[in-house]
Design a protein around this ligand. Structure first.
Ligand SMILES: [Zn+2]
Length: 345
């Protein structure tokens, strides 16, 4: 490939080389305080014979470690002889944020997943988004971006599917999510996050999904669902043998967040005692938990209730909340048939 150069990034990685290769895109950053550093964003390619190319990324948010672990394991496990086609893996996509263990970049404060498609490169984080759009998406036949709840939230183990205008790309992305075979498929209106990675991939005609796998602390089940899910996608695409897939493992619960999510906000700072676990089905008006004032010990606790019925799919993991903390997110379930209808039906 022709070397890639932008205002911040240079990359000489040879994506066409056969075998397994480790390299990097180099993010060059300096500021007025005299900080000047090169951040090597790691890239791994595994290539053998003819077949499709899958793009696998993690560390889009730097404090989400599950996806990074899953891709590290996959990179270690897969040899070129195991595949037909090409795997391009970036296990620490926003490398400065991964280094800092932060959701957003320590360099410019930007959230990479709000920087796409980066038609104007406003800084180093936009430059990473632009690199993805210009150099990586054109190579990809499909892709998965692995997320988790990070330091403050925990999710059910779910694929995350954005709707898009192009019915063919949406259907292929749906099939990818179904092949991943996580216990849940969380569907959102892609028009609600036009600056995200998934809509940028869809705009480039690349079937693409992301995930939310646990969060807060590393749990083995989230890693297992994610690792097996990525392998299922590789098998679905024909990159590894289908005998390596494990797709019989149960029913997918479809979560339809295209029109609304039920959010339980903390109305004031305090200590929140949650009363409901992830994955539980709740009724509208059901008690979510009680919130104690930090300062006024004699103040009766505030009872927080779920505004809508649904499945509890994300939860704030600490008792410490401030005004506006999203303590819970619930989403109503749907059938596969309903999900496959477009938003405007
Ligand atoms: Zn994330």
């Amino acid at each position: 490939m022709t070397p890639y150069r932008s205002g911040f990034i240079s990359c000489d990685f040879d994506f066409d080389a056969k075998g397994k290769h480790y390299g990097a895109a180099h993010l060059d950053y300096s500021n007025d305080e005299g900080v000047s550093r090169v951040f090597p964003i790691p890239i791994v390619s595994i290539t053998n014979g003819d077949g499709p190319t899958v793009l696998l990324t993690a560390g889009n948010h730097g404090n989400e470690d599950e996806g990074q672990l899953i891709l590290r394991r996959l990179i270690a496990d897969i040899s070129p002889g195991d595949i037909r086609g090409r795997i391009i893996a970036l296990p620490a996509l926003n490398y400065p944020a991964v280094r800092a263990n932060t959701r957003t970049s320590p360099l410019d404060g930007d959230n990479l997943n709000r920087c796409f498609p980066a038609s104007t490169v406003a800084g180093p984080t936009h430059a990473i988004a632009r690199f993805v759009v210009d150099a990586l998406l054109p190579l990809a036949d499909a892709g998965v971006d692995l997320h988790a709840g990070g330091a403050s939230a925990k999710y059910v183990n779910t694929t995350f599917l954005c709707t898009c205008e192009d019915a063919t790309v949406f259907r292929k992305s749906f099939d990818l999510a179904k092949a991943f075979n996580a216990p849940y498929m969380y569907v959102v209106d892609g028009r609600g996050s036009p600056t995200g990675f998934d809509p940028a991939a869809h705009a480039a005609d690349v079937p693409f999904i992301s995930t939310e796998l646990g969060g807060g602390w590393i749990d083995q089940e989230a890693l297992e669902v994610g690792y097996q899910g990525v392998r299922n996608v590789l098998a679905y695409l024909g990159i590894i043998a289908t005998s390596d897939a494990r797709t019989e493992s149960g029913q997918i619960t479809y979560l339809d967040a295209r029109k609304s999510e039920g959010v339980v906000y903390a109305p004031h700072e305090g200590l929140f005692e949650s009363r409901v676990d992830l994955g539980e089905e709740v009724e509208a008006g059901q008690t979510a938990g009680v919130l104690y004032s930090l300062d006024e010990v004699d103040r009766p606790p505030t009872v927080l209730k779920f505004p809508d019925a649904g499945i509890v799919c994300a939860k704030h993991i600490s008792a410490r909340v401030v005004s506006g903390t999203r303590t819970y997110i619930t989403v109503s379930t749907a059938t596969e048939h309903t999900i496959l209808r477009t938003v405007d039906d």
